[in-house]
Write a protein that binds this ligand. Structure first.
Ligand code: BGC
Ligand code: NOJ
Length: 807
């Protein structure tokens, strides 16, 4: 069952039923101010850091109820409705939520009033605009009341949820000129405040939540709205909100627009913090809202946002025989990549924004999917990430976006982390050709005086694996590898102890075949980079190390039919036919084949066959099978989940693309494509009711066959599935692969299904128009009409488009 449809021309998903099985959300904002916005107007806003600078409040455990957000109420006689359906819950005569790129538009119709609410954050601006147009389509004049309201969060979202003995006495606001200012703690150490402004002269306002709602009412029926007017109270102490009230008279056929602006300001430098005693300096707020005071400026800001996306999405654009594939490749997959770049795993409806900052490996991987869109930002991100690496190559696992400092409280010792830096840097250089990045000096652990060229960080990464190998010559796993629920040194028996931060036993024995795959893949990449910049001996040194790990993986990492997952802290096999449960894991099948391990021996192909036959379900490949039905102290968190969920046997959308890529490497287009379409959102839209999460983005996981709720997805939006699916689609299936000296053109799609493919790719400032005839085996590649040897189209500086043909 579907709840809407894709509108490819406008690049929107249009939801036509507000009762989606879970809130289906969108993200607003491109630089520092961000909002989450659900299909019923729920969500929250923050500045830079969802934990430390939360602007509006959200109660996480109320999903799917989802009643916190931007609230608009339109009161027409005795009927009060919301264009977003929530919070009023008044049934609408018609409802649409258009999920667009960086905006959401709601169209709610009730009793002849057509309300159109457009929410977006203008480019590089620190505010969310809620632009509301109401049209009276009836034959009578209507007198209506419009109310708009948000609930403030007291900045630190974690503290806001816990420290009530203090919080309930700190709230402070001001009111001036149709604007409510939230200034809690501004008097002490803070230099920032938020505001909510209306473009019209208001009739009344309210800033105290309990006055607004009344003691027993919820946001569906606030007492003051029922009474028809707000109380003009200035909150003091507890629960500040901002509610603004406008009265309108609309003649038959008349349309009226107004806007509400939720903004964030800082007073910096020598500027005075106060206008007078305890009265905040409102200059930046006024300047900000005045920028959007007239309709033209609002429309221009929206057009600029649209143009921004036109330009981003012109970098990679495909026209194939399949509209579902094109819609993933051209719109939704790239959009999700951008959001994961911005948020990492910090703020979604599943990541509360208070637990996790920017992940080291997460961000490195996210970069693979957005580097073509914003290479400058990718560079900045690489330098930030590398700064939380330590001198021995190990890394902090995460950092807070506001401070950019590594955060040890959230865990460390994940032995795959260092190698992901090589993945990120090589992807950046391949996209840009900018080898100079390797010379930029970057500190270790943000310590002054420790700065070394980025190349030294890569070396530290490589050496970390070389220096941490176990009894079989395979890399030690540490706390865990990519699968952070496979905790082979944790041995936790204490209820509630975090698997992510605890190691009760450093065995020095537990090894990961997955990291072996990573080392072979990224070790070769590192060696290649060194050779290209003339460090031949370093390249040779590391290639030798790569060979050793490759041999160890083929010898000790092979289980007969597929790759083994690991050796645990007792030296026993994990992911082997000898195990009763967890006989096979997906990760080493994908990554070892991607690395070329077992290519010559045929192990690679065999491993992929085994993965398909043992792990395959309707939605893709499960992470392992059969799932663990009991807790295994020697395996950790993975065996704490009920069978079929999360790492214990769900389809993890993050690692399925590794297998898709592996199939392409082994030249198996049918297998690659059939796996790709099993969980690509646009291909499974009709299962929306089973799936429950948004049909326009990937979720982290889809419950597997052993789960009670087989097919139900969780954790949409912030997942490495976005980046890896885009890499699989754009570089392997469609086969446009940036390399150090140019673009490699090597599509891998079934010729029965795909005949002609046209791709526009902007690469290092030049446009490549690529036409692929997919019906021919071993086609020749032509560049501007001339045949070339092989498939590497050299990077060409040209103001006119370069024509590339494969036929
Ligand atoms: C989840 C993982 C996640 C980890 C770190 C675990 O509970 O299962 O998917 O990566 O926590 O937050
Ligand atoms: C989700 C985390 O974000 C990611 O870092 C991890 O690799 C996967 N879970 C797999 O466990």
């Amino acid at each position: 069952m579907k709840y809407g449809y894709f509108d490819d021309i406008n690049r929107e998903y249009v939801i036509t039923n507000p009762n989606t099985p879970s809130p289906w959300i969108n993200y607003l904002g491109d630089s520092n101010f961000f909002s989450l916005i659900s299909n019923t107007g729920g969500g929250y806003s923050f500045y830079k850091d969802a934990k430390l600078r939360r602007l509006t409040r959200y109660r996480y455990n109320n999903v799917p109820e989802d009643t916190d957000g931007r609230h608009i109420y339109i009161k027409d006689g005795t009927t009060t409705f919301s264009p977003t359906y929530l919070p009023s819950k008044e049934p609408l005569d018609s409802y649409e939520c258009h999920i667009g790129l960086g905006y959401s538009r709601f169209i709610g119709v009730k009793n002849g009033l057509v309300s159109n609410l457009l929410c977006f954050v203008p480019l590089q601006e620190n505010c969310e605009i809620q632009y509301l147009t109401i049209e009276n389509t009836t034959k009578e004049t209507k007198k209506i009341d419009v109310f708009a309201q948000v609930e403030w969060c007291l900045w630190n979202a974690s503290d806001d949820n816990e420290n009530f003995q203090r919080n309930l006495s700190t709230g402070e606001v001001e009111y001036e000129d149709n604007t409510i200012y939230h200034k809690t703690e501004y008097r002490e150490r803070r230099n920032h405040y938020a505001f909510y402004h209306c473009s019209e002269a208001i009739h009344s306002f309210e800033s105290d939540r309990d006055e607004f709602l009344g003691i027993r009412n919820g946001y569906d029926h606030p007492l003051q709205i029922e009474n028809g007017s707000l109380g003009n109270t200035l909150a003091s102490g507890a629960h500040p909100i901002a509610a603004l009230h406008v009265q309108l008279t609309l003649k038959p056929g008349e349309k009226h627009s107004l806007s509400f602006i939720l903004g964030y300001c800082e007073i910096t430098g020598n500027e005075k913090k106060f206008e007078s005693l305890n009265i905040i300096n409102k200059r930046p707020a006024k300047e900000m809202y005045l920028r959007y005071q007239n309709e033209k400026s609002l429309k221009d800001a929206f057009i600029a946002l649209k143009k921004h996306w036109d330009s981003l999405l012109s970098v990679y654009n495909v026209t194939s025989d399949n509209e579902k594939l094109d819609r993933m490749g051209n719109i939704w997959n790239q959009y999700q990549c951008m959001v994961t770049y911005q948020m990492s795993r910090s703020a979604s409806y599943y990541e509360s924004g208070i637990g996790r900052g920017m992940g080291f490996r997460d961000s490195c991987q996210d970069l693979l999917g957005f580097v073509h869109l914003l290479p400058e930002k990718a560079k900045e991100r690489i330098l930030d990430i590398a700064s939380i690496q330590k001198e021995d190559g190990s890394t902090f696992h995460q950092y807070q976006p506001l401070t950019k400092r590594g955060n040890g409280d959230i865990g460390s010792g994940f032995n795959d982390d260092p190698l992901w830096l090589i993945a990120a840097v090589s992807a950046y250089i391949k996209e840009t050709g900018d080898f100079d990045i390797l010379n930029i000096k970057v500190p270790f652990n943000n310590l002054e005086g420790s700065e070394k060229p980025l190349l030294d960080h890569l070396k530290a990464s490589i050496n970390f694996t070389i220096n941490h190998k176990g009894p079989h010559g395979l890399p030690l796993i540490g706390r865990a590898d990519w699968n952070d629920c496979l905790n082979l040194n944790c041995y936790s028996t204490t209820p509630g102890e975090s698997f992510q931060t605890t190691a009760n036993k450093e065995t020095g024995i537990a090894e990961s075949v997955f990291i072996a795959g990573m080392f072979v893949l990224y070790g070769k990449e590192y060696a290649r980079i060194n050779e290209l910049i003339g460090n031949k001996s370093e390249g040779t040194r590391v290639n030798k190390e790569v060979l050793l790990v490759k041999e160890a993986a083929e010898k000790y990492g092979w289980d007969g039919e597929y790759f083994l997952r690991a050796y645990d802290g007792n030296g026993d096999k994990v992911g082997s036919h000898q195990n009763e449960e967890g006989k096979i894991f997906i990760e080493p099948q994908g990554f070892c084949v991607m690395a070329g391990i077992g290519h010559e021996s045929g192990y690679g192909k065999k491993a992929l066959e085994s993965a398909e036959s043992l792990l395959g379900d309707k939605y893709g490949l499960e992470l392992l099978t059969p799932p663990y039905s009991t807790y295994h102290v020697e395996l950790g968190e993975i065996s704490s989940y009920p069978p079929g969920y999360k790492e214990n046997g769900a389809v993890f959308n993050h690692n399925n693309p590794w297998v898709t890529i592996a199939h392409c490497i082994e030249k198996q287009p049918k297998a690659a494509y059939s796996l790709y379409i099993k969980n690509a959102p646009s291909f499974i839209e009709e299962y929306s009711d089973i799936h429950k999460t948004e049909p326009y983005v990937y979720s982290q996981m889809i419950a597997g066959r052993y789960a009670k709720n087989y097919g139900q997805a969780k954790n949409s939006w912030l997942t490495g599935s976005a980046t890896w699916s885009f890499v699989a689609l754009s570089q392997y299936l469609l086969g446009i692969k940036p390399d150090y000296d140019g673009l490699i053109i090597e599509p891998c799609l079934p010729k029965e299904t795909f005949k002609k493919i046209h791709i526009v790719r902007q690469f290092r400032g030049t446009t490549y128009l690529i036409d692929i005839d997919n019906t021919i085996d071993n086609p020749t590649c032509y560049v501007n009409g001339k045949p070339i040897k092989g498939r590497l189209v050299p990077s060409i500086r040209s103001t006119t488009p370069v024509k590339v043909e494969l036929h």
